[in-house]
Design a protein around this ligand. Sequence first.
Ligand code: NCD
Ligand code: ZN
Length: 333
Amino acid sequence: MNITIKSPLDMHLHLRDGDMLKTVAPLTASSFSGAIIMPNLVPPVNTKEDVIEYKKRIQEAIGDENFVPYMTLFFKSTYTKEFLESVKDEISAIKLYPAGITTNSEGGVSGFDIDELRETLNAMSELNIPLCIHGETNGFVMDREAEFITIYEKLAFNFPNLKIIMEHITTKESVEALDKFENLYATITLHHLIITLDDVAGGMLEPHLFCKPIAKRPEDREALLRVALSAHPKVMFGSDSAPHPKDAKEASHCSAGVFTAPIALQVLAELFEDNNASLDNLQRFVSDNAQKIYNIKPIEKNIILEKEDFIVPKNYNNVIPMYAEKTIKYNIK
Ligand code: NCD
Ligand code: ZN
């Protein structure tokens, strides 16, 4: 049986720049109607001009495909209300990285002092600009996300009118936090619904599954599956597809990031099917919830997934996808 998904959205996507952008952008553009584009370029997307220029390069890379890149800025506590007013129409969110926590996040925030963040976050609240956060401390790697919950709570409490999106959650603690504050939401990746730390490092090391936040325990994955498969209204799909060249992954000092763009929607459908979750919930998880949370109306685009074995290519230029050379059950028509 074929599955039709209406206007699927990827609410957390890395498209990079240059040749990499040209390789990866068409893959998402052919299976989604839009995506939230992460700003962690080198240098990061910091100004209105950066946003406009980057969006143009993305549009060039996707050609005629009907696809909307929802742009973001890289958070800085120096953004004034005046600046945000001037850039508001060009962006859908602002992404905050703790300094140095992941790929290209050196210019991020340290300390999370409410007074230091107040002006920018108040302005974002007033202008209705969602704040996306990479929520990890620099503690022990398995505990970083759970330790960050107190910061999420502090922000949610001090800025009750700010929409805060806990990006790529990986723990049961984050799932629990969702229901504690009205203004906390979350994205969940495909890979964190499927793998645990065992898949990364339990046997031979799997660099292509190494990412930030690192995959956690089976009980964490269960908690994520529960809210994703039931399409909890505060969660939405965000692939965090994060391509790196093969030699940056198959190396000592392996870069963090799993490249899922070419298989994301197909494998998500397979996952919902294998878990007997309804197609309505798949539709909510991969589009409807995000439309409500972000208050966006995506372009109309039906993606048809055909039930047909598909062998995932070994590579897309110099990038290795998740499930390379494996067979998946759906194919995009
Ligand atoms: C992302 C990247 O490579 O840009 N890496 C990752 O492991 N997810 C950054 C991020 O989202 O942390
Ligand atoms: Zn990311």
